[in-house]
Design a protein around this ligand. Structure first.
Ligand SMILES: Cc1ncc(COP(=O)(O)O)c(C=O)c1O
Length: 330
């Protein structure tokens, strides 16, 4: 399998919004889209997307993880960008139809089928900087992927950035391309300068998230993470881990904490990134103001491994789906 996100199923699902209505979605051969150069998305970044996975189980069927929650997050992103909001049933049906047609393309666990609904504003008007796109195209791509961070992979190294933000207060919880564009420069700079994997954005000392994952601190009996607010993306993996951690007897503490506290906490807590691609991955090293700080002994944390396994067991059908997170594809 190629690099994450570079291989695709040979079909995708497409729907159009025009004249205040959505067209019926259709599964079609994967091909380039024809889009007018004046389309709103090219000029004013009216786009949002989702990312989640379908797993193939030993029974030969597929299960989509937290489909309705990802659809709801997409609707929230669309609303915040004033894009036409996809109908929840329509978008879920597009995903289900696509997965059902490609169950045989899903790699065995720990591989999966990564799903990428994307919504773009296609209004042909380069004078619409302060106007919403009243036309849009919605499509869903499917990409067979392997294990992004294989178990036993080296732990992650993060630069602690205590000045710059990843996003803005109004778009932090919107899954829109501009946020990734904003994080790219600082991330590349940090990789070059410090050899880190990611930047942990902590504007004015407030520990938020990295470019594409949420951040958690975990001890033998507690999980600490930032409470939901508009400044960062509300990860489904974060939410899943918090629920499973509670079931396993951990105290779940959603509270704000500063970089100063973080540096103190990593003396006794494990640190991890959570996200669809990374699942739950141990952070071994922080770099702050040019100094390297080890999290524990710098290795993978046993509590991170335990919680990651608890989540993967649900995803792979090895533990009961007590929260109804899985959508079965016959
Ligand atoms: C900025 C950002 N934060 C957090 C996450 C984790 O979200 P989720 O667990 O829903 O994949 C992602 C990935 O989607 C992300 O891009």
């Amino acid at each position: 399998m190629g690099q994450f996100g570079t291989e695709f199923c040979d079909q995708f699902s497409v729907a159009r919004f025009e004249n205040d209505t959505w067209s019926a979605a259709a599964l079609q051969p994967l091909k380039p889209l024809q889009i007018h150069p004046a389309a709103h998305v090219f000029h004013y970044a009216s786009s949002c997307f989702e990312g989640f996975k379908a797993y193939r189980w030993e029974d030969g069927g597929a299960r989509i993880y937290r489909l309705s929650d990802h659809v709801a997050r997409m609707q929230k992103s669309a609303a915040s960008l004033r894009l036409p909001i996809p109908d929840a049933k329509m978008l879920a049906a597009m995903v289900v139809e696509l997965v059902a047609a490609h169950v045989d393309d899903i790699p065995e666990p720990p591989g999966s089928l990564y799903l990428r609904p994307t919504l773009i504003g296609t209004l042909e008007n380069i004078g619409a900087a302060a106007a919403p796109s009243s036309e849009a195209t919605l499509f869903v791509l499917a990409s067979p992927v392997g294990d992004y961070f294989a178990s036993g992979a080296p732990t992650l190294k993060l630069l602690v950035e205590d000045q710059r933000a990843r996003s803005t207060e109004q778009l932090g919880s919107t899954k829109t391309g501009g946020n990734y564009a904003a994080a790219l420069g600082p991330t590349l700079q940090a990789k070059e300068q410090y050899g880190v994997d990611q930047v942990l954005f902590c504007p004015n000392g407030d520990v938020q998230e990295t470019g594409a994952a949420n951040f958690l601190l975990i001890s033998d009996n507690e999980v600490i993470t930032k409470p939901l607010d508009s400044t960062f993306l509300h990860g489904m993996t974060r939410d899943s881990i918090l629920k499973l951690a509670g079931d396993l007897g951990y105290e779940v503490t959603e509270r704000n904490f500063t970089v100063t506290e973080l540096l103190e906490l990593v003396k006794t807590y494990e640190a991890a990134l959570s996200g669809t691609a990374a699942c739950l991955s141990s952070v071994g090293t922080l770099v702050y103001r040019g100094e390297e700080i080890k999290v524990g002994d710098g290795g993978a944390g046993p509590n991170v491994e335990k919680l990651r396994k608890a989540l993967q067991d649900v995803q792979y059908g090895l533990a009961p789906d007590t929260y109804g997170w899985l959508t079965e594809i016959a």
